[in-house]
Each structure stands twice: as C-alpha cells, then as structure tokens.
Design a protein around this ligand. Structure first.
Ligand SMILES: [Zn+2]
Length: 128
C-alpha cells in the first residue's frame, strides 16, 4: 500500500534534486555574497594543503619520541620497536618488552638463563 507512494515520492525527489541543488547554491551565494564564497573556498583549499603537512609533522614528532632502537638483551642484535609495546628479536626470536627506551626480556621473573655445554663422552672399549 505505502510502497507505490514511497516510490512516487522518491521519483519526485530525484527529479527535483538538480533544482534543489541550484536553489541551495543560489541561497548560499545570496547569503554570503561572492566574496564570502571565495573566502570559504580559499579557507577550504588552505586547510586541504595544510592538513597533510600538520598531520605528517605530528606523526614524525610522535615517531621520534616513541621509536626505540637498541641491542637485544639476549643476543646483542640491533632491534627496533615502539615504546611501551612488545616485540620480538628478529635474530634470536626472544619476545621483548620495550620500556623507557630500552629492550627487556619478557620472561617471567625467576627464569634462569642456561648455557648448554657439550660434554665429550669417553670412548668405551668393546667387551671381549
Ligand atoms: Zn636477540
């Protein structure tokens, strides 16, 4: 019941759309004047040009403050990461925590590092 009416209304709105747009533009020109429109366009273009510069400058400032580069506490390989995040050493795959501009091991407290030592076994003579 309401469906054909809705279709008629939407078709009417679609046919009126260019005229509504023209009326809106004319209303804007009459309200602001041509100088006001030009000022608005200049401001828009200025913002369009300035916004990327400001955003990239802020991103560089933030990266300079938070990008950490230093030796891995396990193998000494240079590791890079963001401050206050977790990362992994690309060389020894040790999970690391970046805090206060340094890399720290992410192992639970009390973990003891063990160095494996290869012990040579004496040759046992075969039984006669
Ligand atoms: Zn490492």
């Amino acid at each position: 019941m309401g469906d054909p009416l809705r279709r008629q209304v939407s078709a009417l709105v679609a046919s009126l759309r260019p005229w509504l747009f023209l009326a809106a533009v004319l209303g804007l020109i009459s309200a602001l004047g041509l100088g006001g429109i030009l000022r608005l366009l200049t401001l828009g273009f200025g913002l369009l040009i300035l916004a990327p510069v400001v955003i990239s400058g802020a991103a560089q400032w933030w990266l300079r403050r938070n990008w950490v580069s230093g030796p891995c506490p396990v193998c000494g390989q240079t590791v890079q990461g963001l401050n206050q995040t977790q990362t992994q050493c690309p060389s020894c795959l040790e999970p690391l925590q970046v805090s206060a501009g340094r890399f720290e091991r992410l192992t639970p407290p009390g973990t003891v590092d063990v160095q494996a030592v290869d012990v040579p076994t004496p040759e046992v003579p075969p039984n006669p």
